[in-house]
Write a protein that binds this ligand. Structure first.
Ligand SMILES: C[S@@+](CC[C@H](N)C(=O)[O-])C[C@H]1O[C@@H](n2cnc3c(N)ncnc32)[C@H](O)[C@@H]1O
Length: 357
């Protein structure tokens, strides 16, 4: 897509439209819940007067950064407008039809309502829950089909802009291997879900070999539909626990991991970070994105607390107080940096270029 004077306006208008649609959906669905399932309405902390102003200004900064990095060539401008619109439009009624079952689980505090045929031996116990009160947890095509749209609504249309913040640090880190051919670079996305981050990485690194790992076969099926549409090279998708990846030591130059850590108990968080270190080649880069935390965004404390109350997120309270920098260093990473973009914190870290002796 060629940049025209209208492109930025179009981008801003699109984001504004997504924001309004997300807010309207949440407002309406909450009203409906109050009317039809009042016992399911969660108690939330009152919103301080400055919170909405802070959120709006932080969201505007995210969008500026998203636009600027496209102009700098970190990823194609077309990515800013890229979404499976028709698919989402056809699935949107299902988001509404799914609500009563969500309210019911919330009302009954049932957080282990998973498909009957789930082979529980294939998953760690912490995974076998309805995160966000999601129907079937992460374990069905129904759940995988609704997930992207639900996340878009939750973040008022900024989910992809937040995910894209991993691309600049990833590309910077990969410069370490600039003497190699771009097609020799291998990048893994841990907990790739429906593959939206990998789709963005594909735009930013069109020649790299991409691999996605996730515990959910259903989410990987959705990722496969979305990513492997005939363009080459194909993305390799593997069902695996991020704590024990079926990949050799040191075979990758880049690893990303987006919106996983807050859904893991502390020990699993460290295990995933250790695994990222193990599978990276020396000099490789790890880019991690997840929710903001209390230390970097104290002004959003109430928003974080309300998120935990409204959605079933059993490890979130522990995550927002966790020291991720220390975990990265404990795993052996160096050059750890972190930035905040709206509701997302992005860490970048390097596996030392030389093995320690
Ligand atoms: C909140 S979603 C994030 C998905 C995706 N990265 C995104 O940006 O939308 C969490 C994902 O982590 C996956 N997951 C959770 N625990 C995992 C683990 N231990 N190993 C691999 N994947 C895991 C889930 O199946 C789900 O797809």
């Amino acid at each position: 897509m060629a940049t025209t004077p209208f492109s930025k306006l179009a981008y801003k208008t699109l984001q504004q439209g997504k924001g309004i649609a997300g807010l309207a959906h949440k407002e309406l669905s909450t009203k409906l819940m109050e009317l039809l399932a009042p016992e399911a309405v969660p108690s939330t902390g009152s919103v301080p007067p400055d919170l909405l102003k802070d959120l709006r200004s932080s969201m505007a900064q995210l969008e500026e950064r998203d636009w600027d990095e496209a102009q700098q060539g970190t990823y194609p401008e077309s990515q800013l407008f890229d979404a499976p619109w028709l698919d989402w439009a056809s699935r949107y009624p299902l988001v509404w039809l799914d609500l009563p079952s969500t309210w019911n689980r919330r009302k009954e505090r049932n957080v282990r309502d998973l498909p009957k045929d789930t082979d529980r031996s294939l998953f760690p116990d912490y995974y076998l829950q309805n995160f966000h009160h999601q129907t079937d947890g992460y374990l069905s095509d129904h759940s995988a089909g609704l997930y992207d749209l639900q996340v878009e609504i939750l973040f008022n249309g900024t989910a992809d802009a937040m995910r894209r913040r991993v691309l600049a640090p990833l590309k910077r880190g990969l410069k370490h291997f600039s003497d190699r051919s771009p097609s020799s670079l291998r990048v893994l996305d841990i907990a790739t879900g429906t593959g939206r981050t990998l789709h963005q990485v594909r735009g930013a690194l069109p020649h790299a070999e991409l691999i996605g790992a996730d515990l959910s076969e259903a989410y990987l099926r959705q990722a496969n539909r979305w990513l492997n549409t005939g363009q080459s090279p194909l993305v390799q998708l593997i069902r695996a626990n991020g704590e024990i990846l079926p990949l050799a030591d040191g075979g990758l130059q880049g690893v990303t991991c987006v919106f996983l850590l807050h859904e893991l108990p502390a020990e699993a968080r460290q295990n995933v970070i250790n695994e990222a270190w193990r599978v990276l080649e020396h000099g490789g880069v790890f880019v991690l994105a997840d929710s903001v935390q209390l230390a970097d965004s104290p002004q959003f404390h109430v928003a974080m607390d309300n998120f935990r109350r409204v959605f079933h997120e059993p490890y979130y309270r522990d995550y927002i107080a966790d020291d991720i920098d220390a975990r990265l260093i404990q795993a052996g990473f160096e050059a750890v940096t972190a930035e905040t973009h709206f509701m997302t914190r992005v860490w970048s870290a390097r596996k030392p270029a030389q093995p320690s002796t």
